[in-house]
Design a protein around this ligand. Sequence first.
Ligand code: HEC
Length: 110
Amino acid sequence: MKKIFGIMLLLSFLAACYKDKEELLYPNQFGGGDTSTVITYNGFVKPLVNTRCVACHAGYGDYAGLKVIVDNGKFNDRVIVKKDMPSGGSLDATQIAKLDKWLKAGAPNN
Ligand code: HEC
């Protein structure tokens, strides 16, 4: 009886290890700070623009205002390609990747 209990205990440890490894190998499937989820305007883009751009560009504070530089390509050019905006403090790679993903999805007002 003791032996069976020991084996069951061992199996449960092995199962736990397997799950840990899976999370390390495929982190994007578990939603940890990645770009695999849908990037929304209201959930991500707007709060970021409000804290990082609006002090200098008041006009980008709402969707219609931001859409002007999205549509004329300047948002992509300065933030994703040249990375010189916001001036005086660039965004990190994850933030840029998320913005890029939102742009490529058609910059929806979601
Ligand atoms: C510290 C002030 C400051 C911040 C913060 C800032 N900008 Fe700018 N931005 C400027 C200035 C000044 C210019 C005009 C000079 C130039 O084009 O470099 C400019 C120009 C731009 C342009 C070109 C506009 C055009 O019509 O040609 C875009 C696009 C832009 N910024 C986007 C952004 C975005 C998006 C953010 C936030 C992620 C941001 N900026 C944050 C100061 C800032």
